[in-house]
Structure formats: C-alpha cells, structure tokens
Design a protein around this ligand. Sequence first.
Ligand SMILES: [Zn+2]
Length: 159
Amino acid sequence: MKNEKISIDYQSFNSFEELLSTDRMLVEKALEATKNAYAPYSEFYVGAALQLKNGEIILGSNQENEAYPSGLCAERVALFYAGSEYPQEEVTALAVIAKSDKTPLLEAVTPCGACRQVMHQTQLRQKKPFKIILAHENGSGFIFGSADALLPLSFQFNK
Ligand SMILES: [Zn+2]
C-alpha cells in the first residue's frame, strides 16, 4: 500500500475588479438571483448564474420546502433548467454567491456534494469542463477551471 495525494488547482481573488468582465457580470447576476431565493427555514439565500455558449444566462436560487429534502439548491435549479430548456447548449461558466440574515458568511459559499456531482455530470454530458466562480459579497472568491476540481473521485458508472 502507498500513500497518494490529490491536489486541486484554483485561483483566488480579493476584489471583483480582478475578474474578467464576463465573470464579474455573471457574479452580479448570481447576486441578483439571491433575491428570488425561497429560504424561510435557513434564511440562507443562494444565487447561481450560468452562462451558455449561445450567450443565454440562466439564473437559479435555492428553493426550500417544509418537507426538507424536497427543496433544491440554486446551482441545481440553474443547471437542471439549462439541461431541460437548452439540452444541446454548452455551459461555459457558473457563478455562485450567497447572503445570510442569520449568520454572517466569512467567505465564498461552496457547493454541496450533490451539486458538485451534478456539475460533474453536466461536464460529462457536454464533454467539456466549465468554469466555476464562487464569490462573496465582499468581493473575494475562488475560481475553478472544472467541476472535477471540486469533486475528485466523483461517482461515474463507466470510468
Ligand atoms: Zn447544493
């Protein structure tokens, strides 16, 4: 047996000024999307904005439900909408940002495991990775070049 190591490449930023204008616009759209979050239970408002190759921008926000597992995260709302409305269109980037009334967020929100798996599947489906921008309202955040960076050893039936 031998020890192995997985490393992840990503970029960090401290100000939205550091972002490409297209990425910054996507973060602003994601922030706008937080306004449509339905989160009466967690009071944690997440917005996602994804860019399609055809120029369309799809927004998503978390939608909670009294029966907890019936709700859905912002990222999956946006990705599933894109998949059902534009099944042939490539996702080129996804921005995520969150606001919370209850607990101040210290840094950019990071997607849950289920959303990471769906991001991975989107890449498999389109046979191309997409950029993921995780942002905080204070202007800081992280950029990942691929969903696989966020989910090493992701579930895949046929490796
Ligand atoms: Zn999630």
